[in-house]
Design a protein around this ligand. Structure first.
Ligand code: GCV
Length: 712
């Protein structure tokens, strides 16, 4: 790492290895590794079929073992030759792992078994993809996999469906560009208006995902424009190439489709979901897709939302729409991810009764029980739109007879656009741990509820989890190298939503910055925790106070603009005037949104004295002099957090810069240069946020800062 303003670093043209540099595989690569495989060919195959990907994933496993041992001096040996690490593909995970003693039985419900006996490890799984996940489990553990007491553990994903959605366009969109809300360059799938010839980077991406837990990718934007719609028909062979590039790492391909496709692609006069010709068109379309890509995952649909076509045009509802597609994909075992992000984006700002936060619940809760089994209703984690702070969406608790998935946003549209370091796992973790029927609330308060102690992560077990990816063709994948931590943590939480965000950060650091011997400088570890650990709360403190959102520049959503959306049709208002701020969403005097929550939250949020401070302005309109539960007033809180937030960013910058002396050489020059550049922008932007927000509220309220700091 070059301290100060040294010469420009030499940039390696190859993609950055992210969390899988060779050093991350040192512990496995130094050992004697073996694969025990049944015969996968012919009708008498010894393992249950996981789909057509079996042999290709087995090839991947072999290649992984060969590569790691070649780099680090280990060797691939015969399974009977006392390996240190045995990868065992077996239909039966319940018996003792062959060659191991003392194994306890486990239940064969997917995932893999990890057995350590006297320092030797066996991973047993029933499918090649599960075995691959087991391999990466051992990689993550590093030396610890082989040390420690004997163990026999089962590891299975909490969510059956773990999806990354790409908002990538085939054509560069005149406003949104190649990747909508993408902050990391172009698309890894498309360039020059077509699928890339060289898709090797897509396979590298699939490898990174397999090392976390994600196993499905939707490869195009949910805003399906004319060019992208054709992926479903004319371009299927090209989609098949992408699927082939993802498949070696057990990642399945999904497509976002347009509800109007029967008209725009099929020439039919209607897309009415109850029309027989429309149903036949979708069935034929699905047949062609699965004939071309036998392990295809399914369709993702954004309908009747922000201008996308949908069933409303025919007087039908979202269940009619989703079930139309579900019927078409069902014979192939396919899925329909139907998004609940539906609201009126042509609202009149003068009308205070219409509440965008209510929309998804108003549309979807009454449809509970009407969706086909292979429909997953995909719900954004908050009721508005991926803001820095929102309550958990009440839709997640309102559809007990529906497979519901939670949708997160890894791409940092509203959280600094990968120019700001903002580690989002603590925020996601809070959402996943939220107990809609009582228990621990967002700010750590305990709120007692009824008998139902389930958390959001339990509610979505069948529907799973999805997130908008933050990856592009940038050398570091994510623009800001430290934004890789978000993608990593998302994948790990998708596998196990109870994992601790700080521990995940540590895991990511251990892999990403592993030297050739697998070790990480402890001072680097410390600095990265200091920079990233609390960065989401820091970001919140200098941007969005007390649950107010959307004070961003319209359109691109970067930087402060307090009234940017205030007089627009988008339904995202703060209603600040000279006396106070916030949205009254109470049942008593406001939009009634609080009533969409089950008890106890419907009452906790309704009452000014119990509503958590951090969400106060989301639920209530209060005077600037309103005293928060913390004891300070609303306006003083705004000033204090904005001043403190900037100071925290200064500390982040200082922490990073200290590396040059503390741990010279611990970070490659090009990573260091990019992080420094981004941190400088983060500090500039945080100052801008602080000064605009503080000045705005000082001018509105006329109330000076109690500590007399500079406000303009
Ligand atoms: C893909 C927000 C974003 C849009 C995005 C939309 C969605 O409104 O700003 O770019 O569209 O969410 O989730 O569909």
């Amino acid at each position: 790492m070059s301290p100060g303003n040294g010469p420009e670093p030499v940039v390696d043209p190859a993609p950055h290895p992210a969390w899988l540099p060779d050093g991350a595989l040192a512990a496995v690569g130094r050992r004697r590794v073996a694969l025990r495989l049944p015969d996968l060919s012919g009708p008498a195959r010894a393992i249950p079929s996981a789909g057509p990907d079996d042999s290709v994933v087995v090839g991947t496993l072999r290649a992984e073992a060969e590569r790691a041992t070649t780099v680090h001096g280990g060797v691939v040996v015969d399974p009977d030759d006392s390996p240190d690490l045995l990868l065992h593909l077996s239909p039966d995970l319940s018996g003792p792992a062959e060659g191991m003693s003392g194994a306890r039985p486990g239940s064969p419900d997917g995932g893999f078994r990890f057995v350590r006996d006297g320092g030797r490890v066996a991973v047993v799984a029933a499918t090649p993809t599960a075995l691959l996940h087991g391999w990466f489990h051992v990689v993550r553990l590093g030396e610890a996999a082989f040390t420690g007491p004997d163990a026999d553990e089962r590891h299975a994903p909490a969510f059956a469906l773990r999806v990354l959605d790409h908002w990538d366009n085939v054509d560069v969109h005149p406003v949104m560009g190649q990747v909508e809300r993408g902050y990391a360059g172009g698309s890894i799938f498309y360039a020059d208006g077509r699928v890339r010839d060289d898709l090797s980077r897509v396979t590298t991406y699939a490898r990174l995902l397999a090392a976390t837990g994600v196993d499905r990718v939707c490869i195009n934007n949910v805003n399906v424009h004319a060019r992208e719609a054709r992926l479903l028909t004319d371009d299927l062979p090209e989609v098949a190439r992408i699927a082939a590039a993802l498949r070696p790492y057990g990642v399945r391909t999904h497509l976002a489709v347009s509800f109007a496709a029967p008209m725009t692609l099929g020439g039919l006069p209607t897309s009415d979901p109850l029309d027989d010709d429309v149903r036949a068109w979708w069935r034929a379309a699905a047949d062609r897709v699965w004939a071309t890509i036998p392990d295809f995952g399914g369709f993702v649909v954004k309908a009747d939302s922000e201008g996308q076509p949908g069933p409303f045009a025919y007087g039908r509802d979202h269940a009619d729409g989703a079930n139309l597609l579900a019927e078409a994909v069902a014979p192939h075992g396919g899925l329909v991810h139907w998004r609940a992000f539906v609201y009126d984006h042509r609202q009149d700002w003068r009308d205070r009764s219409t509440d965008r936060a209510r929309a998804a619940h108003d549309h979807f809760a009454p449809l509970d029980g009407r969706f086909a089994d292979n429909v997953v209703v995909q719900v954004k984690h908050g009721p508005i739109d991926f803001q820095t702070r929102e309550p958990v969406s009440p839709v997640l608790a309102a559809m007990p007879r529906t497979r519901v998935a939670i949708e997160l946003q890894v791409t940092q549209e509203y959280t600094g656009q990968q120019r700001h370091a903002c580690y989002l796992a603590p925020w996601w973790s809070e959402n996943l741990a939220f107990r809609p029927w009582g228990g621990t609330g967002g700010d750590g308060d305990r709120v007692d509820g009824g008998d139902d102690a389930r958390a959001v992560r339990d509610v979505v077990a069948a529907g799973g989890i999805a997130a908008v990816s933050n990856v592009g063709d940038d050398r570091f994948w994510t623009g800001h190298p430290l934004a890789q931590a978000n993608l990593y943590a998302f994948g790990r939480l998708a596998w196990d939503p109870t994992l601790d965000p700080a521990a995940l950060l540590d895991e990511w650091i251990g892999l990403t910055f592993a030297g050739s011997d697998g070790a990480v400088d402890p001072r680097l570890r410390e600095v990265l925790h200091a920079v990233l650990g609390d960065s989401w709360r820091t970001y919140e403190s200098y941007t969005a106070p007390l649950g107010v959102g959307f004070m961003v520049r319209p359109g691109h959503h970067y930087g402060p603009d307090v009234d940017g959306y205030e007089y627009t049709p988008w339904g995202t208002y703060h209603f600040a005037d000279r006396d106070g701020i916030g949205v009254d969403r109470t049942r008593a005097t406001g939009t009634g949104f609080t009533g969409q929550y089950p008890a106890p939250w419907r009452d906790v949020y309704e009452d000014l004295t119990t509503c958590p401070d951090e969400l106060l302005l989301f639920f209530h309109h209060v005077p600037y002099t309103h005293e928060l539960r913390s004891g300070t007033t609303v306006v003083q809180h705004i000033y204090d957090t904005h001043f403190a937030g900037v100071e925290r960013v200064r500390e982040m910058v200082a922490a990073w810069e200290s590396l040059a002396e503390l741990a010279p050489g611990a970070v490659p020059d090009d990573v260091d240069a990019r992080v420094r550049e981004r941190l400088a922008e983060q500090l500039r932007s945080a100052v801008e946020w602080r000064d605009q927000i503080n000045t705005y509220f000082f001018r509105k309220s006329g109330i000076p800062d109690a500590r007399g700091r500079t406000i303009y």
